[in-house]
Write a protein that binds this ligand. Structure first.
Ligand code: NAD
Length: 303
């Protein structure tokens, strides 16, 4: 039987550590950690994610500074808001919820976040730190994958890792983190030819392509460890076509085709998703300790 990498359980364990860390540090810090989440427009998926993040902040005692901004906000207006959050003493982390409406330049806005408050590790300076192996805030989703692997004692060193996807948000930082942990890494993407032959070579396969059920039985070799980052909502008519019990969410991997073949896998839901939110909290608490001059006690939770 494969090992199911339970992100929900690990996220709860880490949240408890973070909650206790906040409780024990707040007296000295004289304030709780603060996280500002910027949501622009009415993208429904972003609304759901921001809601999760705010609830998670409440659970562990992080003060959240919610900013739901109008769809047609100008680049300048948004830059001004980021600037004021950069200067706000009670804010330790700033997260710009992506995707943004098309008239806004994502790169320049990410660049305008103070790198020291960059809760999602997407500022070019922090991506540069990742390349150089220096400490700094790390992108939450790949950081969550690394924590999940570590907790389940899955060896990375010396393994052949394949990452499907090369986005700045997931694929690229994921590949860099695996390489830093001494895996030999191949990155596949939408222009890759013969994806099957590449993924079949993986001891560790991380799929972040954003394509429902892209990866199936033929793509994986026996005893591979498979991490499914993708998350998709199936339409009701697709659900009815499924022979299996009704599924509302699915990933990039047909887990039902490979679960008897692989050594371990992360389920959707309950795998990488909860870990992403938890690593956002961990980044914020780590920043708070730094900003308030407290001992840095949770660095071991971050890659
Ligand atoms: P993206 O669209 O920015 O990038 C997708 C990447 O996959 C691209 O680099 C593209 O080249 C590659 N790709 C697309 N089709 C491919 C194919 N047929 N073969 C090989 N490569 C292909 O998406 P993203 O932001 O990186 O997110 C990827 C997925 O992960 C999405 O489903 C997203 O919803 C999900 N996601 C989940 C979490 C979480 O917390 N679980 C967090 C972030 C993203």
């Amino acid at each position: 039987m494969p090992n199911i990498l339970d992100g929900k359980k690990l996220a709860q364990e880490i949240e408890l550590i973070l909650k206790q860390t906040i409780e024990s540090g707040s007296k000295l810090a004289k304030r709780p950690p603060g996280l500002a989440v910027l949501r622009v427009g009415n993208d429904p998926a972003s609304g759901v994610y921001v809601n999760y993040k705010e609830k998670a902040c409440d659970r562990i005692g992080v003060r959240s500074f919610a900013n739901h901004l109008k769809e047609d906000i100008s680049l300048e207006e948004l830059r001004e808001i980021i600037k004021s959050l950069n200067e706000e003493k009670n804010v330790d982390g700033i997260l710009l919820q992506l995707p943004l409406p098309s008239h806004l330049d994502e790169d320049s806005l990410l660049r305008s976040i103070d790198p020291d408050k960059d809760a999602d590790g997407l500022h070019p300076l922090n991506l540069g730190r990742l390349i150089k192996g220096e400490k700094g805030p790390r992108s939450c989703t790949p950081a969550g994958v690394m924590a999940l692997l570590k907790r389940n004692q899955i060896t990375i060193e010396g393994k052949r890792a394949v990452v499907v996807g090369r986005s700045i948000l997931v694929g690229k930082p994921m590949a860099l983190m695996l390489e830093a942990a001494n895996a030999t890494v191949t990155v596949a993407h939408s222009r890759t030819k013969d994806l099957v032959s590449i993924t079949r070579e993986a001891d560790l396969l991380v799929v972040a392509a954003g394509k429902p059920y892209l990866i199936g039985h033929n793509h994986v070799s026996d005893n591979c460890v498979v991490i499914d980052v993708g998350i998709h909502r199936l339409k009701p008519e697709e659900e009815n076509l499924k022979e299996r019990k009704k599924i509302k969410l699915c990933g990039d991997v047909k887990m039902f085709e490979i679960e008897d073949k692989v050594a371990a896998y992360s389920p959707v839901p309950g795998g990488v998703g909860p870990m992403t939110v938890t690593m956002l909290l961990a980044n914020t608490v780590d920043r708070w300790q730094k900003h308030c001059g407290l001992p840095l006690t949770i660095s071991h939770l971050l890659p």
